[in-house]
Write a new protein. Structure first.
Length: 112
């Protein structure tokens, strides 16, 4: 059986930056589409799922900027009520766009 022996005596110190939670960030992005006002979301993780969701939002008509870990979104008007199959297939969370599409556009086509 292996074991590790740690000889201490030194105080550990430093800083760790915890990135935002993916699932919370994705839901916040979709929620930003419920209003026509600019929404600023901070501490967004820079991961593929976030970038896919931002691309979907752009296709739907949102103005989006992602700098550092801050996303700015403004969905004044939806350009379309239909998500492309190609983008929707890349993110399971794309189905959440049904809510803002129905609430504001009154129609939604979201691939399974």
């Amino acid at each position: 059986m292996e074991k590790y022996v740690i000889t201490g005596g030194n105080i550990l110190k430093g800083e760790v930056k915890a990135s935002g939670a993916k699932n919370a960030a994705l839901k916040a992005l979709v929620a930003a589409c419920l209003t026509d006002e600019e929404v600023v979301i901070k501490n967004v993780p820079e991961i593929a799922d976030v970038y896919v969701m931002l691309e979907i939002m752009k296709e739907l008509g949102a103005k989006v900027s992602f700098s550092g870990s801050t996303v700015r979104v403004q969905m004044q008007n939806f350009a379309t009520h239909k998500l492309s199959l190609e983008k929707a297939a890349q993110a399971r969370t794309s189905s959440m766009f049904i809510a803002p599409l129905l609430a504001r556009y009154k129609e939604a086509i979201v691939p399974n």
